[in-house]
Design a protein around this ligand. Structure first.
Ligand code: CAA
Length: 379
């Protein structure tokens, strides 16, 4: 067993860390307060190759391994988890799925600009009445000549307003349950396709989550992803890949919480000493550090398994389940260490808690992760 990173992995980690500190950190509080989408930052991340990290150079990606992607996600999310999710969706849910299941036409037309970071992607599975129970798709697609005509509503779509290309799951044969679901690529601006207002969320405020509506949207046949009737399997397989991305986002948040608590405890004095010297604080910091390390190891293990071509579904779900729990717990503990200061924006830790909560919900709730793990255990 080898726990050393390669030189390339270390270089990517360092590049992401420096980028996050110089380009993301200065505006994070303002963007969180104003819920302002980080368009300029996303553009620069594209130029650095962070938006198509695992895509092969043949399709204009950076050709990195999954471990490198997770290390970069951790560094970015440590500074701003809202930027982290924008990056994660484009990489794991959009580019990964298009490279694995897209036709040559789709790869040329859609994957390449997404991997170069010139265009942004979104993944539209959830609906008002189909969240965890994702087979219950109400959005329909009916074949009319060379086109499919889409009607319906999608909910909670990350990058919903800013994305140029959306992967949309729709029911093409309602009799067939999940085997009647198909995935399509829909472009921003197509007639009948509209996005809703930005949701006013608890956390990751600068990412633009919104609903999407489809009213007789004509989608050409060549925009069917993989095959008709394979859309649910496409979504499930792609989400397996997305989950180590969200696990990495959670690891970034919990690492930021630990760092903040540690550094505050070295400065703050109480009872005649820096609070770091008090056992009550030491116990908290130690527990935070152990959980943080375990979450990171689980996450990188899932990534390494994928890089080795081994099964990783169970491990990716375990990583997401545990890392998201630790992100919430470490953020809460960081607030406690800060006392009253932890309750105000300036000290960042209250944002860590607000941002952490969603990692237990999106890309499959914690309850869904337990379901997936149990199903894998009994296989
Ligand atoms: N990996 C691969 N395939 C899977 C799978 C997995 N983890 N889980 C289920 N499948 C496949 C099954 O093999 C089956 O396929 P076949 O018929 O071809 O064998 C098919 O999916 C249906 O399986 P089930 O009959 O078992 O379906 P179910 O309804 O009992 O359970 C579920 C399915 C696992 C609960 C699924 O609905 C699920 O994952 N729900 C959560 C959805 C989710 O994660 N949503 C996140 C939204 S996207 C998002 O958040 C993005 C964002 O913007 C940040």
């Amino acid at each position: 067993m080898n726990f050393d990173y390669t030189e390339e992995q270390l270089m990517i980690q360092q590049t992401a860390r420096e980028f996050a500190e110089t380009e993301i950190a200065p505006t994070v509080l303002e963007r969180d307060k104003e819920a302002k989408f980080p368009a300029e930052i996303v553009q620069k991340m594209g130029e650095l190759g962070f938006m198509g990290m695992m895509v092969s150079p043949e399709y204009d990606g950076a050709g990195m391994d999954t471990v490198s992607y997770c290390l970069a996600m951790i560094e970015i999310s440590k500074v701003d988890a809202a930027v982290g999710v924008i990056m994660s969706v484009n990489n794991s849910l959009v580019c990964f799925g298009l490279e694995k299941y897209g036709s040559d036409y789709i790869k040329e037309k859609y994957l390449k600009p997404l991997a170069r970071g010139e265009k942004l992607g979104a993944f539209a599975l959830s609906e008002p009445e189909a969240g965890s129970d994702a087979t219950q798709q109400k959005t329909t697609a009916v074949k009319e000549g060379d086109y499919w005509v889409l009607n319906g509503i999608k909910n909670w779509i990350t990058n919903g307003q800013s994305a140029d290309y959306h992967i949309v799951m729709a029911q093409t044969d309602p009799e067939q349950r999940h085997k009647g679901i198909t995935a399509f690529i829909v472009e921003k601006g197509w007639i009948g396709f509209e996005h809703g207002v930005k949701e006013d969320k608890l956390g990751i405020k600068s990412s633009d989550t919104c609903s999407l509506t489809f009213a007789n949207v004509k989608v050409p046949e060549e925009n069917v992803l993989w095959e008709v009737g394979k859309g649910f399997n496409f979504a499930m397989n792609t989400l397996n890949g997305g989950r180590y991305g969200i696990a990495s986002q959670a690891v970034g948040i919990s690492e930021a919480s630990l760092d903040a608590a540690l550094s505050y405890s070295k400065e703050r004095k109480a009872f005649g000493t820096e609070i770091y010297n008090l056992q009550a604080i030491q116990f908290k910091l130690s527990e935070m550090a152990v959980k943080q390390e375990a979450a990171k190891l689980l996450t990188l293990q899932a990534a390494a398994l994928k890089d080795q071509g081994k099964p990783y579904i169970k491990e990716a779900s375990m990583a997401k389940l545990y890392s998201s729990k630790v992100a919430v717990e470490n953020a809460l503990d960081a607030i406690q260490v800060h006392g009253g200061y932890g309750y105000v924006r300036e000290y960042h830790v209250e944002r860590f808690l607000r941002d952490a909560k969603i990692t237990e919900i999106y890309e499959g709730t914690s309850e869904i992760q337990k379901l997936i793990i149990a199903r894998e255990l009994i296989k």
